[in-house]
Design a protein around this ligand. Structure first.
Ligand SMILES: Nc1nc2c(ncn2[C@@H]2O[C@H](COP(=O)(O)OP(=O)(O)OP(=O)(O)O)[C@@H](O)[C@H]2O)c(=O)[nH]1
Ligand SMILES: [Mg+2]
Length: 309
């Protein structure tokens, strides 16, 4: 990854060493990676839903403190890919691991997956020679007695730098986790000014918000067959910003479900998305959504590239 220019020394406190670096948040899907990044950055950068495979791309979130700066790379959950989009998701996660100074591997202790299965899926992706901090997440959902044997087992199988039980939802254990990460990052001047939260342009977040609403409002098939492209985003003097987004699905039947009887279902998506977009941008917008059928977009290399995956 290209590092931005180093900042001048006046950004650095003088009394203690300043640690900064890149941390890839990885793990199986739905373990709470995006929830944790949003909490630590203090902004809703990554979309979060109760469904797996919500995050499809690498998302940068920057958390700065008086003596540290962590540049998080939130990643899609590690899975065994079945089609092109999932392959791209796995590539995004694997790349983030390569780019990172430290890997934060999150495990959902409430999911009931065995350490053997978890390690079988994730360890080959991390490879050798990377520093790993392991976070046992969602401890708010399990009894304390369950944790000790788990810590033991992961210690044996992975031998990470540190294992931290925590809850990204309640914040329990999060300060300790930050401490464990910071001391393992290289010493040097910050990469970004302290008030920078991310690098992605506004239109990236706009498309993510629309996808989030689709994940929230439809059942199994539609979210995984949908993607969003911002076709137009224009600021207009004296009038609301104009945003036109295309929602691509794979089949006609999916288009019909997405739009709903008399267009009511799509209208609701648009309303909810518009509210969040306005909150993000801090100004009113006019949002237009168009549903289009693009057969096989999830499999086509060309479509995936064009759509930013
Ligand atoms: N109870 C509980 N729920 C959590 C915790 N952390 C995350 N969740 C929930 O778990 C679900 C998935 O969270 P995400 O942050 O989207 O998980 P993710 O790992 O980014 O998921 P993908 O992007 O789909 O791979 C959401 O419903 C969260 O609210 C936690 O510590 N405790
Ligand atoms: Mg996520």
């Amino acid at each position: 990854m290209d590092h931005p220019e180093h900042l001048s020394p006046e950004h650095m406190p003088s009394d203690q060493p300043y640690h900064r670096g890149y941390v890839a948040i990885i793990g199986k899907t739905n373990v709470g990676k995006s929830t944790l990044m949003n909490r630590l950055v203090g902004a809703k950068l990554s979309i979060v839903t109760s469904k797996p495979q919500t995050t499809r791309r690498r998302i940068i979130g920057i958390a700065s403190g008086p003596s540290h700066q962590i540049i998080f790379l939130d990643t899609p959950g590690i899975l065994t890919p079945r089609y092109g989009l999932q392959k791209r998701m796995l590539v995004a996660a694997t790349r983030a691991i390569k780019e990172a100074d430290l890997v934060l591997w999150m495990i959902d202790v409430s999911a009931g997956t065995s350490a053997a299965e978890e390690c079988g899926l994730v360890l080959p992706r991390i490879g050798k020679g990377k520093a790993v901090v392991l976070a046992l997440n969602k401890i708010d959902l399990v009894r304390k007695e369950k944790l000790l044997p788990l810590i033991d087992e992961y210690q044996k199988r992975v031998g990470p730098e540190s294992i931290v039980p925590m809850s990204a939802l309640t914040g329990d254990g999060v300060d300790r986790l930050v401490g464990e990460m910071v001391v393992r990052l290289p010493i040097g001047p910050p990469y970004y000014p302290p008030d920078t939260l991310t690098e992605h342009p506004e239109r990236f977040f706009v498309s993510e918000i629309i996808l989030e609403k689709i994940f929230e409002r439809y059942g199994e098939e539609i979210p995984y067959s949908s993607c969003v492209e911002i076709e137009e985003f224009s600021e207009r003097p004296e009038r609301k910003d104009f945003i036109r987004a295309n929602v691509y699905v794979e089949k006609k039947s999916q288009k019909a479900i997405l739009i709903g009887r008399g267009g009511t279902a799509l209208k609701k998506v648009g309303e909810l998305a518009r509210r969040d977009i306005e909150e993000l941008l801090g100004r009113p917008v006019y949002l237009e959504l168009w549903v289009k059928v693009r057969p096989g977009w999830r499999k086509s290399e060309r479509d995936l590239r064009r759509l930013g995956y």
